[in-house]
Write a protein that binds this ligand. Structure first.
Ligand code: ZN
Length: 115
């Protein structure tokens, strides 16, 4: 998989008798991505474009799924916190005594206890 986006750069090479001087710029596909906080570019051969675009799509998909899991993790953390708060201050003693075992083993979906 690959991060970033595939885009096409258009430029003039500077030669006076080149077709680009007459207004038809050279086009080169490139992968543009961020590395260490900086924007980087890798120019691509025409034959690489389809494969690179597919790899970019795979990365975007994987990242979206990871992001979804992270959001679920936050929700689980908040839910577990709300539950613990309720257990300690808001829950009637009779119910608390029955829930204690459940509560101590429950850390929320997606979260694991440290060994
Ligand atoms: Zn040119």
């Amino acid at each position: 998989m690959l991060p970033g986006t595939v885009s096409t750069f258009r430029r003039r090479c500077g030669k006076l008798n080149c077709r680009c001087a007459a207004g038809e710029p050279h086009e080169s596909p490139a992968l543009v991505f961020t590395e260490g906080g900086r924007t980087k570019t890798v120019t691509l051969a025409g034959a690489e474009v389809a494969e690179v675009e597919a790899a970019v799509a795979r990365y975007a998909q994987a990242r979206a799924e990871l992001e979804q899991q992270a959001v679920a993790g936050i929700a689980a953390l908040r839910a577990s916190r709300a539950f613990r708060t309720w257990m300690s201050v808001g829950c009637p003693g009779v119910i608390r005594s029955r829930l204690v075992g459940f509560s101590s083993g429950w850390v929320g979906p997606g979260l694991r206890r440290r060994p």
